[in-house]
Design a protein around this ligand. Structure first.
Ligand code: GDP
Ligand code: MN
Ligand code: MN
Ligand code: MN
Length: 247
């Protein structure tokens, strides 16, 4: 979408979108978490943060200040890697670098954090768009994240409204009539990745992308938590915890 202004605290993102474009039934409205965080006033400054002993200890092994590390730890359930990067599990199960705290596309000296509950933010904006337009739509809130095993960041879904993040192919047939047994397609991340390609990471000013024609709207409520593996199931998380006990 063109013409989205710089977003400020308390801006009505649903209204800003609806005033600038036509929305149709079934559209997936993909929104960068950066502007959702700005509208929700989730900016802060490191000046106000007092680091604890753990943050001070971690700062000896990583290029971050104790204040920044403290800000990350306060937003995390668990720290999985503390050097040379800070990889944490957030309270809703989202695992990412630096707890998603971001300094790009915000003013100097100001940091921006993810919405406290991006599913709730997606639902709030989605219901707003539906009531302004009388349509039935889906929303995906995205952030740019790195990936395990590969270089390069992509857009991922951090909050959803009326779109299940996983499409279950189990029970369907392949070209040779064999039944698919495992495949769950991460559709919300796929859509987020495609939208992120249009958003870019810099000064483009494209925080909203509308994807039309996918028929992914769910009848019931949906959550990004459907994607996150439990502690028991997640072998990588288990290995990282095992290693941390030993360093
Ligand atoms: P993130 O992936 O959620 O961290 O968001 P980015 O910082 O990568 O920004 C994604 C896109 O949104 C880029 O095209 C930015 O230029 C744009 N963007 C970020 N903030 C604003 C804003 O307040 N207004 C507008 N119009 N674009 C913004
Ligand atoms: Mn950013
Ligand atoms: Mn970000
Ligand atoms: Mn980005």
């Amino acid at each position: 979408m063109e013409n989205i202004p710089l977003i400020k605290k308390e801006d009505d993102i649903a209204q800003i979108i609806c005033e600038r474009t036509d929305i149709l039934d079934g559209d997936v409205i993909v929104i960068a978490s950066t502007i959702v965080g700005k509208a929700e006033g989730r900016t802060f400054s490191l000046v106000d943060i007092v680091p604890g002993a753990e943050a001070v200890e971690f700062s000896k092994h990583i290029r971050f200040t104790p204040e920044f590390i403290q800000a990350v730890l306060e937003r995390s359930r668990e720290c999985l890697i503390s050097s040379p990067v800070l990889l944490v599990e957030m309270k809703n199960g989202h695992i990412c670098i630096n707890a998603g705290i971001d300094e790009s596309n915000v003013e100097e000296e100001i940091l921006l954090e993810l919405p406290a509950d991006s599913d709730a933010s997606a639902a709030y904006i989605g219901k707003g768009i539906e009531s302004y337009t009388g349509t039935q739509i889906s929303v995906i809130i995205t952030d740019t994240n790195g990936r395990a095993f590969k270089r390069g960041q992509t857009g991922v879904a951090v909050g959803v409204y009326r779109i299940h993040p996983l499409k279950d192919w189990k029970g369907q047939k392949d070209l040779f009539g064999k039944e698919l047994k495992i495949t769950e397609e991460a559709v919300a991340d796929e859509v987020a990745g495609a939208a992120n390609l249009l958003m870019g990471e810099g000064n483009g000013g494209y925080p909203v992308v509308i994807i039309r024609g996918l028929k992914l709207r769910s009848k019931d409520s949906a959550s990004v938590k459907e994607m996150y593996r439990s502690d028991e199931e997640d072998l990588i998380k288990k290995s990282l915890k095992y290693l941390r006990c030993r360093v």
